[in-house]
Design a protein around this ligand. Structure first.
Ligand SMILES: O=C(O)CC1=CCC(=O)O1
Length: 96
């Protein structure tokens, strides 16, 4: 199942610099592992915002929730999920 996810990151200004750096490093590793697995299909930075658009390809809502709530940055994020399906006018057989 495909999902579009918008992640807005809001790291508290008073979070110690070292702690923030450690969380960001874990976030990057977690994200890249999921990208390599194919579950996190795409990630794009929104120009001018500390936010991203991502595409996930997962089994179901529960798997998506587990992945998103497992993000190291999850406590500092606002996450918006939109389920996706193939458009009847799409010219490509797959969604790649
Ligand atoms: O910077 C972001 O958009 C938050 C984030 C998601 C995965 C990652 O590595 O950073």
């Amino acid at each position: 199942m495909l999902f579009h996810v918008r992640m807005d990151v809001k790291i508290p200004h008073d979070l110690p610099r070292e702690q923030a750096a450690e969380i960001l490093a874990r976030e990057k590793a977690y994200s890249q592992e999921l990208q390599r697995s194919g579950k996190w299909r795409h990630i794009w930075r929104l120009a001018g915002e500390y936010a991203n658009f991502s595409i996930f390809d997962v089994q179901d809502n529960a798997e998506l929730h587990a992945i998103l709530s497992g993000l190291p940055l999850f406590p500092f994020m606002q996450v918006t999920v939109t389920p996706l399906l193939r458009h009847p006018s799409a010219i490509r057989e797959d969604d790649s």
